[in-house]
Design a protein around this ligand. Structure first.
Ligand SMILES: [Zn+2]
Length: 92
């Protein structure tokens, strides 16, 4: 309904977010950007997944249920990946 088109968005779409999540789970130190390739993605921070679901941004350590925020320096897009163990999905 009020969905913004990706062209104006500074975030990855669902498909790209998914491949980012898979790459992160495979090797957190080397996550390639779906459009720019490897060496561009930086891990910005880790946030509590549960707090984020409630709309609060609480920094945390990368363990248990957390959301990792990635940023690509090349295309300038960010991705928040929910890596909760029980519900492995990306939070748009
Ligand atoms: Zn990129």
């Amino acid at each position: 309904m009020d969905w913004k088109q990706p062209a104006e968005s500074s975030e990855y779409d669902t498909e790209e977010g998914l491949s980012l999540a898979l790459a992160y789970l495979e090797d957190p130190s080397s996550v390639p950007c779906p459009s720019c390739g490897p060496g561009q993605i930086e891990v910005v921070c880790y946030l509590e997944a549960h707090s984020m679901a409630k709309g609060r941004l609480v920094p945390t350590a990368p363990e248990d249920d957390y959301t990792v925020v990635l940023y690509c320096h090349s295309c300038g897009r960010a991705a928040a990946l929910d890596l909760s163990r029980d519900e492995r999905r990306e939070a748009a």
